[in-house]
Design a protein around this ligand. Structure first.
Ligand code: MTE
Ligand code: MO
Length: 246
């Protein structure tokens, strides 16, 4: 793993213009584009997205820390206990009946139980979570790489994005760079224990290359698609960009 290079805002802007329209439109594999806002904001989102993908092409992994770096307090925000009767019933039985549908443009659609996810290859990563609301914290997340789950389901060649939905109505989408990224995991463990309800039990997403709001909690379904609806996420309606790279 290599350290993340220092990227100044100016570096990003220069990088963006150095890339030029040719490479933006020229169909480099990792610059798959994405949904987003229109107008100037949309243009700047696209430049940030394209520049980060270009600059980070050889350093795809975010920094991972040692256990001594784990924050004593890791805030929980927004939904911390979904107001949903089916969710609460399942929670009260330790999520034994919880199932995660994996469908859309895959060869073998199906559902996964928590026990099945826990039997898959796992990875633990100690990473820095950055929330757009101005706080950050380091935690240890354990889970199965989304890439493993998608490989098991067999992505069809037309699949270009993965749409993920949550019990509380949040949903978001990810291009295949992030969906197949080795640090993108379906996390069921936090700091060595089961994932607490406030952090998204039984399973949440960790998308380490983007701001905290892309790491959905309380997962309810995974769907591979060729195109995403509208601006590509629930929070896009609140003005958050679809791509929130850090
Ligand atoms: N389903 C769902 N996912 C969510 C949220 C939410 O309210 N609902 N909040 C997001 C935001 S803005 C952040 S910063 C992180 C917070 O995760 P935490 O509460 O475990 O710290 O979850 C993200 N994922
Ligand atoms: Mo956040």
């Amino acid at each position: 793993m290599r350290a993340r290079p220092h990227l100044s805002r100016r570096g990003l802007i220069l990088g963006g213009s150095a890339l030029g329209a040719g490479s933006l439109l020229g169909g480099c594999d990792i610059l798959d584009g994405g949904p987003g806002r229109g107008g100037l904001y949309g243009l700047s989102d696209t430049l940030t997205f394209a520049t980060q993908r270009f600059l980070l092409r050889d350093q795809p992994l975010v920094r991972e820390f040692g256990p001594e770096a784990i924050s004593a307090v890791f805030p929980t925000i927004n939904t911390t206990d979904p107001d949903d009767p089916a969710y609460r019933r399942s929670r009260d039985q330790g999520f034994a009946d919880w199932r995660l549908p994996v469908g859309g443009l895959v060869e073998r659609p199906g559902t996964l139980s928590l026990a099945e996810l826990k039997a898959m290859p796992r990875r633990t990563q100690i990473t820095l979570h950055s929330c757009e609301q101005g706080w950050s914290a380091i935690g240890a997340w354990t889970g199965v790489p989304l890439a493993h789950v998608l490989a098991g389901a067999g992505l069809k060649p037309e699949a270009r994005f993965v749409v993920i939905r949550s019990v509380d109505g949040w949903w978001d989408s990810y291009d295949l760079f992030d969906a197949l990224h080795p640090q993108t995991i379906l996390a069921y463990g936090f700091n060595g224990n089961d994932l607490p309800v406030a952090h998204g039990a039984p399973v949440r997403l960790r998308v380490e290359r983007q701001l905290g709001y892309k790491s959905l909690k309380y997962l309810s379904s995974i769907e591979a698609v060729a195109r995403v609806e509208g601006a590509g996420s629930m929070v896009a309606g609140l003005g958050f960009s679809w791509y929130a790279g850090i």
